[in-house]
Design a protein around this ligand. Structure first.
Ligand code: UDP
Length: 259
């Protein structure tokens, strides 16, 4: 992956798909999207050249879409190939999963058929902890962990539902069915709740409405790796190509502006 056109500070955090670096300005961090895909909680790892750049482009456009819909996110601008500048957040250790249709873990836990519509969308909270396997949180477990005040919980769930609604609607216009997605939130320096992490086919299920429901080609997301279908980078390229039709112009870094 190319290095970004700005001076990087120390590596602050390395996750499965991204690295987070400090920059010369404490107000901003740089995120590098890695050319790696993982499944089974990181136990399976595959190198996929081109994937990082695609996830960065897709995320930048979808963050821009949500910002335009009035939802605060951590995204500032694209910088180089596969990099973006973001606002540092104090992350809330929750995986917020919105489900518009039944798929994935839900099928193993409830007597429900693949693709069954969930109206209103189901919102599930998981505790973000790889060592514990990201366990599902009941109301009582959430209260025990004291992760969120009741007011912050309402704010987070409202924002998560708004993000899901806006994305579901925009993607439907591109013949992409947003089946489910995982969101992560954090607090910025001024105490504002913002959407963080990424918005890419690594973190959501997208079914191609142009393919028959039983075709393996219908999954344009990380299920291609989970199910050993192959063609993950080609699928992400197709998603990026369709999203370009939304005409969103994510901000791009101007080296003259400093950092
Ligand atoms: N997901 C994710 N990270 C996780 C777990 C799930 O991004 O650690 C996403 C996943 O890609 C899907 C949605 O959250 O879009 C719901 O995932 P599910 O609970 O069905 O679990 P999975 O089948 O992915 O194990």
């Amino acid at each position: 992956m190319d290095t970004p056109a700005l001076a990087l500070g120390p590596l602050l955090h390395e996750g499965k798909a991204k690295r987070l670096y400090a920059t010369a300005d404490p107000q901003w961090c740089a995120v590098e999207f890695k050319d790696v895909a993982t499944a089974s909680n990181g136990r399976r790892q595959v190198r996929l050249p081109g994937k990082g750049r695609l996830n960065c482009q897709i995320s930048a456009r979808l963050f821009t879409l949500l910002e335009q819909a009035g939802l605060p996110t951590h995204f500032r601008e694209l910088v180089g190939d596969g990099w973006m500048l973001v606002r540092p957040l104090r992350m809330i250790p929750l995986e917020v999963v919105l489900r518009n249709r039944a798929a994935g873990s839900l099928l193993r836990q409830l007597p429900i058929v693949t693709g069954q519509q969930l109206e209103p969308p189901l919102l599930d909270l998981y505790f973000k902890d790889d060592a514990l396997g990201d366990p599902f949180l009941s109301e009582a477990r959430l209260a025990t962990l004291k992760i969120l005040t009741p007011q912050a919980r309402v704010q987070l769930e409202t924002m998560a539902r708004q993000a899901n609604g806006a994305l579901h609607q925009a993607l439907a216009g591109l013949d992409l069915d947003l089946v489910d997605l995982k969101l992560e939130f954090g607090w910025d320096a001024s105490g504002q709740l913002r959407l963080g992490d990424e918005l890419s086919p690594d973190n959501c299920r997208l079914w191609d409405r142009r393919q028959s429901p039983h075709s393996p080609g219908r999954s344009l997301d990380k299920d291609r790796l989970r199910q050993g279908l192959g063609g993950l980078v080609a699928a992400y390229k197709e998603v990026n190509h369709r999203i370009q039709a939304l005409g969103l112009q994510p901000r791009s870094h101007d080296p003259g502006e400093g950092l």
